[in-house]
Design a protein around this ligand. Structure first.
Ligand code: CA2
Length: 141
């Protein structure tokens, strides 16, 4: 399988701030762990991060016909972006939504996800292991 892993705004700061919420691994560490897990499962991954909603939308549109599955941690755009929802809706491949923390146990404004209705599965509150679990779930789908 060819899997696209997308990360939204501020996740480039992972491991540098708020370790009590997001842990101490950097996004580069997470990328490395995902590459290892994908090799183990016999998949290839394309791991990306953007702080820009439109860039994420462009990447999702371009994924049509190019990938067999998407893992997405849209970060704050999870709770706000109809544009990302609409772009994901055009994909006909499985989508796994990942969050390092569990947004449903945090502030009220994090309780709504515009991605959840489109996701085959949501993994939240498992730390960065959630990304690895998402790759395993995609293998099984
Ligand atoms: O728990 C998650 O993975 C989130 O998607 C992270 C988002 C947050 O807006 C979502 O509600 C839940 C925030 C990503 C910001 O990441 C930072 C990492 C380190 C320091 C500051 C921000």
């Amino acid at each position: 399988m060819k899997i696209l892993i997308l990360n939204g705004p501020n996740l480039n700061m992972l491991g540098l701030r708020e370790p009590e919420i997001y842990g101490d691994k950097t996004l580069d560490d997470v990328k490395g762990l995902c590459i290892e897990k994908a090799q183990e499962l016999g998949h290839s991954i394309d791991f990306r991060q953007s702080n820009h909603e439109g860039e994420l939308v462009d990447w999702i549109q371009a994924a049509r016909g190019q990938f067999d599955g998407v893992v997405i941690n849209a970060a704050a755009y999870t709770h706000t972006s109809v544009a990302i929802h609409d772009a994901l809706k055009m994909l006909d491949i499985p989508i796994i939504e990942v969050h390092i923390s569990d947004p449903k146990t945090r502030e009220g404004f994090r309780h709504t996800s515009y991605i959840e209705p489109l996701a085959s599965q949501v993994i939240a509150g498992k730390g960065v292991d959630g990304y690895l679990q998402a790759l395993e779930i995609l293998s099984e789908l």
